[in-house]
Design a protein around this ligand. Structure first.
Ligand SMILES: Cc1ncc(COP(=O)(O)O)c(C=O)c1O
Length: 425
């Protein structure tokens, strides 16, 4: 055990889990380096944050420049970077998202988005979807059902929260169409038996469930949720905290769907590593939210918003490359799946790719041990990969957008080799 790890464990609460024991001394692009010069490619992107790679030069320069001039406002004085970041957000989000506010974390952005929906509609009900992850603060955990452990010990969570099924075709052993039909049927039953639509403020949805196992929402499911919302004056919040800022090889997952959000929550990649999140809605909705009925001291910090401006100035040029990476990775993983029995499913959107490991394809039995083996194999060869899904058996493949095709092939080869050694053991 390194000295740092012992000191870490001595003073830091174990509840905050770290995926590796790497002692990071520096990080650049896709690489993280320890004090002895050992390095690893970070295909976890600091949990889906450093989409532009660590310390992207444009982001570092913007943050340095800002820190030399103004580091804090606390909503007392006005400053350029917060306005510029909101202007850039208006350019890259769907057209109906017109005004923005900033916060510090994804959970905060989700909570603010729900507060906005409640205030807007003067209704209390929130419908979330099973398998979603929206954060771990008391409000956001009330909408989180990716894994029961997140709520264990914290009940009662917030009231008036209803959880509808989200289609998980592979896990349910169904075609996508059958899973969508079943989910829509259950949603309508919920509206008949559990909560009347007139009491629902919002549907809160991850267009691609992240933590829950990398399940993209089928377009027909999104269309139906949009239709129900339109029929009953319900707002839809897209939680794009993980899917945003190039992760799906578009600016947002919303760009892949006809169904659009009324409110968006964003975070993670927004400032490529500085703590920042945001939420947006129509000007009409934002202007009707009473002044001061929500607020923050640190949200929209000058340095973090300056970094966000640099992210948004840089990312657009990388999206075509991200699409190529995505196409290549899906093709390669599907080829690997033909050879490796352990892979039950390959799914996702853009560069948010889930590869599900099973011990038996016929029963789709989750195999977390296979994932751990492949993860250790990769780690010993300088690659960091992490998992998702309630069973810990889905490889969450999220390379930085600046990864080269050669680096991508190298990483997929390591997964393939890891599976080969698992299957031949
Ligand atoms: C979709 C989604 N929403 C919300 C959150 C919570 O974000 P944070 O950890 O920044 O509070 C996460 C974090 O993983 C997420 O993936």
């Amino acid at each position: 055990m390194t000295d740092l790890l012992a000191r870490h464990n001595d003073v830091l609460a174990p509840v905050i889990a770290f995926d590796t024991d790497i002692h990071a001394a520096s990080a650049d692009g896709i690489w993280v380096t320890d004090p002895d010069g050992n390095r690893w490619a970070d295909f976890a992107c600091g949990t889906a944050v450093t989409n532009l790679g660590h310390r992207h030069p444009a982001v570092v320069e913007a943050a340095h420049n800002q820190i030399d001039h103004l580091m804090h406002s606390g909503c007392i004085v006005r400053y350029d970077s917060i306005v510029e970041a909101a202007e850039r957000l208006r350019d890259v989000t769907p057209p109906q998202i017109e005004k923005f506010a900033f916060a510090n974390s994804g959970a905060e952005a989700v909570e603010a988005a729900v507060k906005l929906a409640k205030h807007h509609s003067r209704r209390l009900g929130v419908v979330a979807f099973r398998g979603a992850f929206h954060g771990r603060t008391m409000g956001s955990v009330s909408y989180t059902t990716s894994n029961a452990k997140y709520r264990d010990g914290y009940h009662p969570v917030l009231g008036a929260v209803h959880v509808a099924p989200f289609p998980h075709p592979y896990r349910w052993g169904m075609s996508e169409d059958a899973a969508v039909d079943s989910s829509i049927h259950e949603l309508h039953l919920m509206l008949k038996h559990e909560i009347l639509p007139k009491n629902i403020a919002c549907f809160l949805i991850e267009p691609v469930q992240g933590e829950g196992g990398y399940y993209p929402a089928p377009a027909r499911f999104m269309d139906e949720v949009r239709q129900v919302a339109d029929d009953h004056g319900i707002d839809i919040i897209f939680d794009e905290v993980q899917t945003g800022f190039g992760r799906t090889a578009e600016w947002f997952a919303a760009d892949h769907y006809d169904a659009k959000p009324d409110i968006m929550a964003m975070g993670k990649g927004i400032a490529n590593g500085l703590p920042l999140s945001a939420y947006g809605a129509s000007a009409e909705m934002m202007n009707a939210w009473p002044v001061g009925s929500h607020g923050t001291t640190f949200g929209g910090n000058p340095v973090a918003t300056a970094a966000a401006v640099a992210v948004m100035d840089t990312m657009g040029d990388l999206l075509p490359h991200a699409r190529k990476l995505s196409e290549h990775a899906f093709k390669r993983f599907r080829e690997v799946a033909e050879r490796r029995e352990t892979i039950g499913d390959v799914r996702g959107l853009g560069l948010m790719i889930g590869v599900e490991f099973v011990s038996d394809r016929a029963t789709r039995t989750p195999d977390a041990k296979a994932f751990k083996h492949v993860q250790a194999h990769a780690f010993d060869r300088e690659l960091i990969i992490i998992e998702c899904g309630p069973d810990g058996n889905v490889l969450r493949f999220i390379p930085p957008l600046v990864t080269t095709i050669e680096e991508l092939d190298w990483a997929i080869d390591l997964v393939d080799e890891g599976l080969e050694s698992w299957e031949s053991a």
